[in-house]
Design a binder for this molecule. Structure first.
Ligand code: CDP
Length: 238
């Protein structure tokens, strides 16, 4: 086993609805580490942009960068009361709980457009690296974490699954109002649209990071995914 003082850094990337947050949280609990879902940061900027009527078609890049720079963002585990709405974690913006708002249909519709803005990404990537520096080990979840944000991580994981499987999983999650109200078909359309923008954008497109452990999760439950990750982490496990 490695020194307890070693700073274990794990990245989890992959397309929408593949189970990155679920696995990230399980892994964080197993290893006693913090985790950060960076998607929530892009959702937060998107929500604020919608609130303040910032133009998104085409995106007003300067205004988005300004929002990103001033983002007063905190994410933490949900309390038992908060978790009754089936959220995966709680996000506070300027001291206000916006966890539900970040899963709204409007945010789902625009987040990939916002996340394709290069100068905003630079701002977010710097923040994410700073968060990694400040933590004694972290699990960071997103689309470009192993490829761009933390390419020297100790373990880089890429989770994948077919669009059909991901849509079914997402439509079962009650966290999102969109999803609770919509059928799997609608979830599939939304995921496909976002996947397309995320993997085709010019800045930091979603890719399998070099050296990543790739796990296809179509036929695996979370425990089976965890077993594969733990096999790659034997040096680090208590
Ligand atoms: O939970 P889900 O996988 O559906 O989405 P998310 O992780 O909350 O990410 C929402 C959107 O943010 C993605 O579709 C990407 O457009 C963007 N994103 C990104 O560009 N880079 C990241 N590191 C994380 C999210």
């Amino acid at each position: 086993m490695r020194e307890a003082s070693s700073k274990l850094i794990i990245t989890i990337d992959g397309p929408a609805g593949v189970g990155k947050t679920t696995i990230g949280q399980m892994l964080a609990a197993r290893l006693g580490l913090n985790y950060l879902d960076t998607g929530a940061m892009y959702r937060a900027v998107t929500w604020q942009a919608l609130q303040s009527a910032v133009n998104l078609a085409p995106p007003n890049e300067a205004a988005l960068v300004e929002l990103g720079r001033n983002l007063n963002f905190v994410s933490r585990d949900a309390t038992p009361e908060e978790a009754t709405d089936e959220r995966q974690y709680t996000v506070m913006l300027d001291g206000q709980d916006v966890s539900q708002q970040l899963r709204s249909p409007e945010v789902e519709k625009w987040v990939s457009v916002v996340a394709a803005v290069g100068p905003l990404r630079q701002e977010m990537v710097e923040r994410q690296r700073e968060i990694a520096r400040q933590n004694a080990g972290i699990i960071m979840i997103g689309r470009d974490i192993g490829s761009v944000v933390l390419p020297d991580a100790d373990l880089k994981i890429y989770l994948d699954a077919s669009p059909e499987v991901r849509a079914v999983r997402r439509s079962r999650q009650k966290t999102s109002k969109t999803v609770a109200e919509n059928a799997a078909e609608e979830a599939r359309r939304n995921l496909e649209k976002r996947d397309q923008i995320d993997s085709q954008r010019t800045v930091s497109p979603m890719v399998i990071p070099e050296g990543a452990l790739v796990i296809r999760t179509d036929h695996l439950n979370p425990q089976e995914v965890m077993a594969q990750i733990e096999a790659a982490l034997t040096d680090w496990l208590p």
